[in-house]
Design a protein around this ligand. Structure first.
Ligand code: ASP
Ligand code: MG
Length: 409
């Protein structure tokens, strides 16, 4: 008997018909003789609506109260799904995150899972029940309700799959899987049958829609994650540990092109070129919870001052500028400039490791397309260029074609 964890996103449970559709899918897995735990997100845009509702009474809602409010979205969908299953004659039970043993730290709004106590879920499974768990939520040691950050239900599902030692974690959504690029931008994008955790992490962090922490967890606990559509029976994408044997042709290719359009750049000019300046600049940003992506430091010709540029998301830009301007005087910085019209495009593939030529090829493709590169960063399996946002979609298409990812026919 296999044990599966399924996760259905907000669009898959957006209305009553869709909830019944999900109920039928889960029932079929049970009927085939398997155990199944299902994690669901809030219906449709419920979480956004709850955030808007909070804003109507407070411009800065109290974080504890906001998390408790947001957690209600998932309570609606789990109870309705359980009722739908019972209506079909199945013994289903819904559990909140805390009831399912999801324990977190106290960081409201983006809590991290500290532990999963799977006893209750196991007990229900052992009684032959179909268990439905609220995604995106957990509880602190003081039994306060926390949420895991937007899109966090993916992480709930993979964490449960790890704790239950499930055979697989299936993430059902409104797209058929992971593609070589966003199909809305690059119409010739192809669906990937499989992808490694590391590559997926780069693709997720660089634009494809999955909670990156779920991929990290999958990788650490070696949970195979299958991403597919809840609306069709088309085969999806398996995210797993890619083996070194086989797939030789695939391993030397670029896996996909990712992009992000919410990139802003901050440049701090004329800071003193001495030890401790970068630490003094980035420590307060980290403390403020602002994550910094690309960082470029140039040494000026006279070697006494330098310019430091870094990127943040456009949502974090005003906070980042506030932090930086408070610090400016302490290290003799001159002007602070910002640009919020940027995007990043990335070429991702584990085959790029230790293989020269990918970066120059990327720069050539962009150059031939008349696209200027503002900043460049690389990891072992990714090369990212910061470019003008107006050019982002075109860059994705050009790179997709240039790296021979366009689907034939
Ligand atoms: N409902 C939450 C959100 O919209 C969690 C999720 O969808 O995974 O962010
Ligand atoms: Mg959602």
């Amino acid at each position: 008997m296999a044990l599966y964890v399924h996760k259905y996103g907000g669009s898959s449970v957006a209305d009553a018909d869709k909830i019944v559709n999900v109920a039928r899918r889960i029932a079929a897995v049970h009927d085939a003789g398997n155990q199944i735990v299902t994690v669901v997100s809030a219906m449709g845009d419920t979480t956004d609506e709850l955030i808007d509702l909070a804003q109507t009474v407070s411009s800065e809602p109290d974080p504890r109260e906001l998390d408790l409010l947001l957690s209600t979205g998932e309570l609606v969908s789990i109870t309705l799904l359980s009722m739908a299953l019972r209506n079909l004659g199945y013994d289903a039970i819904s559990l909140s995150g805390p009831q399912a043993g999801i324990r977190t730290d106290r960081t409201y709004g983006r809590a991290r899972i500290s532990q999963v106590d799977p006893e209750r879920v196991r007990r229900e499974l052992d009684q032959g029940r179909l268990v439905i768990v609220a995604g995106f939520q957990g509880s602190t040691p003081d039994e306060d309700i926390t949420t895991l950050g937007r899109g966090g239900s993916d992480t709930t599902a993979v964490a449960l799959a790890a704790a239950l030692e499930a055979d697989r974690c299936d993430i059902y959504t409104d797209v058929e899987g992971i593609y070589t690029a966003d199909p809305r931008v690059a119409p010739k994008a192809a669906k990937l049958a499989h992808v490694g955790y590391e590559e997926m992490l780069e693709l997720a962090a660089a634009g494809a829609k999955m909670h990156p922490r779920s991929i990290e967890l999958g990788s650490v606990y070696n949970v195979p994650i299958y991403v597919a559509s809840s609306f069709t029976d088309a085969s999806g994408t398996l995210i797993h540990q890619t083996s070194d044997d086989g797939e030789m042709e695939d391993r030397i290719k670029v896996t996909g092109i990712a992009y992000q359009t919410n990139v802003a750049k901050v440049t701090v000019c004329g800071v003193e070129d001495k030890p401790g300046v970068a630490a003094a600049l980035f420590e307060p940003l980290a403390a403020a919870g602002i994550s910094v992506d690309t960082i470029v430091q140039n040494t000026s010709a006279d070697r006494t001052t330098t310019d430091i540029s870094f990127t943040v998301t456009t949502a974090d830009l005003s906070r980042a500028l506030r932090e930086v301007s408070q610090l400016k005087s302490s290290f003799g910085a001159g002007q602070v400039m910002s640009d919020e019209t940027l995007a990043s495009v990335s070429v991702v593939g584990s085959g790029m490791q230790n293989t020269p030529g990918y970066a120059s090829r990327m720069f050539r493709i962009l150059a031939d397309g008349g696209i200027n590169i503002d900043m460049i960063t690389t990891s072992e399996i990714r090369i990212s260029c910061i470019i003008n946002r107006d050019k982002a979609h075109e860059a994705v298409r050009l790179l997709h074609e240039g790296f021979e990812l366009d689907e034939a026919g």
